[in-house]
Design a protein around this ligand. Sequence first.
Ligand code: GDP
Ligand code: IMO
Ligand code: MG
Length: 436
Amino acid sequence: MPASVIVGLQWGDEGKGKTTDFLAEQVSTVVRYQGGDNAGHTIVIGDDTFKLHLVPSGVLYGHITPIIGPGVVVNPATLIREFDGLISRGIDISKVRVSHAAHLILPYHVALDKARESALAGDKVGTTQRGIGPAYEDRAARLGLRVEDLLDPASTAARLARAIPEKRALLAALGATDYADAVDADAIAALIATWGERLRPHIADTNDLVQRAYTRKEHLLFEGAQGAMLDLDHGSYPFVTSSHPIAGGATTGGGIAPLQIDEVMGVMKAYATRVGSGPFVTELTDAIGERIAVTGHEVGTTTGRRRRVGWNDAVPLRYAVELNGVSSIMLNKLDVLSGIPEILLCVAYEIDGKRVERWPASAAELARAKPIYETFPGWEQEITSVRAMADLPENARRYVTALEEIAGAPIVLLSVGPERTQTIERAWRPLRHAKR
Ligand code: GDP
Ligand code: IMO
Ligand code: MG
């Protein structure tokens, strides 16, 4: 089984870090293929918690080559900070490789992200303010600096001289203040030189590393960030991120070809969350929502913002399973629903008096959608120590089976707590799409 993609099926924070870490033991290479330090992936091993933003979640295993692929936008300051944090905890980061072709997030990208959000006032996207969108904009405009430029100060100076006047004008037009440091070419050039020295041993042609590992028949894992419903093209635009979290993103951003992918594991929570603005048809603003948020510790890993919470929604789920060609699913956070008397699952929307099962094609229709729920009886028991599907309470099994039927792909892994071993593994993992 040479190549697996792990992809979020909701709005991010589905537990992809836990899933990647759980599966990483059996693989040689873990590749991040998009996004940047907007991601926050949590891994819990015993009493130790690791929160990773840029470094792939396989880093905790010594045998793995963690790769940051060309589709990722890299803030070198964050990466170096993350390296230092891991080193101080005894984790070996010497094998981490960063694509020479990945684009850099520079101080003016962060300033622009903040300035754009302020200018949007009431219509904010609710970004993580890490400069993700502006860095991807520069990539598309062919104005960006890439990781390889960290090693080439002469070309860097020329490219900064081209980019900075435009950034200064944009920041001024957006009404930004206090941005002088973010557009100081000399200061940025000095930072780049320092970053280059530190990151030099990690910079590589990662496409070559991926393809060589593939040829050796090693197992590669592609770790998505964010989730399908935050995809730039396929999510609820404009309340999306600026990259392609869907499984297809692994081909453009990870260096693997479509027919080399054997497995797409979708990751979802037992309920739904969303951080930032945008439509959320099943959002809960009542005491049950509060209870789930508190029990599930639904606070953003990157920004510390409280996540919005809602019931699980089959409409985007079916869409995400289709769009990603999901072959199997890991269902996380089932334990968080213990003790809730009734669990609701949105099976369709009512839009203008009609029942709709497909994800609406227009933002205006989505805004008018009301959830149609099916109700499932809950279960009282704590399930954090359960390690076999058969030992789950009957009502929990019923809910899992209903989700599986609605998704149209088998739930092969179930998580009942944040810790690595709080995982129920079912017997098999199908390759390719379940419906074929
Ligand atoms: P990611 O961005 O998809 O990797 O997810 P995050 O790490 O941002 O958020 C998921 C949170 O849920 C983390 O704090 C995890 O430690 C935690 N988590 C993962 N699986 C479970 C689970 O099955 N039960 C509980 N209670 N927490 C979980
Ligand atoms: P992980 O990988 C949840 C959301 C932001 C905002 C939108 C755009 O941990 O699942 P951006 O900074 O990317 O321009 O923000 O996307 N967002 C996430 N939400 N989990 C994430 O990552 C996210 N990364 C971005 O909240 O709504
Ligand atoms: Mg996260």
